[in-house]
Design a protein around this ligand. Sequence first.
Ligand code: DAV
Length: 365
Amino acid sequence: MSLVNSWTEWGTLEEVVVGRADKACFPPIEPNFMQPNLHHKQIEEWLTWPEGRKKKEVIERANKQLDTLVDILEGEGVTVKRPASVDHCVETKTPSWSVKTQYGTGCPRDVMITLGNIIFESNMAKRSRFFEYLPYRNIVRDLWRRDKKMQWKVMPKASFDDDCFDVDFWTREKTVGDRRYTLTEKEPIMEAADIIRCGIDIFIQKSLVTNDAGIEWLARELTDKFRVHKMCFPQNLNPVHIDATFIPLRPGLCLTNPDRRPDKESAQLWLDNDWKFIEAPQPAFDTPPPFCLCSKWLSMNMLSLSPTKVVIEENEKPLLSLLEDNGFDVIGIPFRYVYEFGGALHCTTWDIRRDDSCKDYFPNQ
Ligand code: DAV
């Protein structure tokens, strides 16, 4: 029996990893994180970005919401695994650089992705996240031993030397359609949350954490197994991960972000294959919680349990109505305390097994 099998974002979920807030730190300032957005004007006036360990109470309230998610998933018959609990408040260094701390284990999605029978570890785009794969290794090794068909692929570690980063990004004026972000093309770099899966087709956006070389590396690695497509959402001047922008919900139906529409070229393949786009409603809150590294569009960052059932944040009532109108059972759970640990329901999970297969949802190409 295959223990590792996940080809889509929506196949019936059987086994999943849920992140932890344990012993997390504020991400330290470094070349790919020079201007944290505090989101709240008043806070910006009196606070500089904190460093070091997050407060115990803040960690506990996030862990409580993550535990609620685990209970819901287990209640739905899904097997849940958790990463190792490790201390992120340790210096991280290589021969050429060092940062004061690591970050956390809140977002397995950023690091790990299942592509069919392959477990793929991306190499990450921040120095503080260099070793973030380690808390997942117990899970990966165990699956690799038990599932003889599973493949384990690890992206080459980048040096993260200064010439991997274009720090001018932080000061230059940004314009729509300028696809230059914080990474140079010196080495392939990618975070897994820039990928979405639809059977034999996978879609990747270039972003502050994924460069063209990273996409090219993955496309070559997966030749003969997947068709790899680039997507671009030009209105998003600070793209980081695709999972608050473009969410395939089931075959033929995709949730889109009204502030970040795909460009004509990226949308064409979907339209040529009769996919319908539905636009996400405005999020329940105009800003994400303080210290959240993402945008208000975490509202869209849902976890699919099947082609007919999804989990969303409980405050997102307009989204709940839209999904119900489109035939979904929707489970709303409290999750905003988790946001400052890196994301919402999609970010904080990594699906290992879904009941799906390598289908062609884009025959017309
Ligand atoms: O656009 O706010 C959220 C997703 C993070 N994994 C955004 C990125």
